[in-house]
Design a protein around this ligand. Structure first.
Ligand SMILES: [Zn+2]
Ligand SMILES: [Zn+2]
Length: 86
């Protein structure tokens, strides 16, 4: 499998030290975020780099993110916002 994914301009802005790549893991992952993304992206846009970071957070925080509402709550926590009932 060739890794042909290149980071977007927005990805480079979000990971400036690494030129748009998430390098916390063995294989660098390109951030493919768009300017329309949330300031703290959880990979909703399909960005693998941000999605992986978010999954890592869920793991460590021990929060389940399987159902839509669990996922929603995990996103709130990830962004450090208070959890608000809808
Ligand atoms: Zn991203
Ligand atoms: Zn994004």
């Amino acid at each position: 499998m060739t890794n042909s994914t290149a980071p977007t301009d927005e990805g480079k802005r979000r990971y400036p030290e690494t030129g748009g790549y998430l390098t916390a893991f063995v294989d660098p992952i390109a951030c493919t975020c768009q300017p329309t993304c949330q300031p703290i992206c959880t990979g909703e846009c399909g960005c693998e780099a941000c999605g992986v970071l978010f999954a890592e957070f869920c793991d460590e925080a021990g929060c389940a993110a399987e159902t839509e509402s669990e996922l929603e709550r995990a996103r709130w926590r990830y962004r450090g916002e208070p959890i608000e009932p809808r």
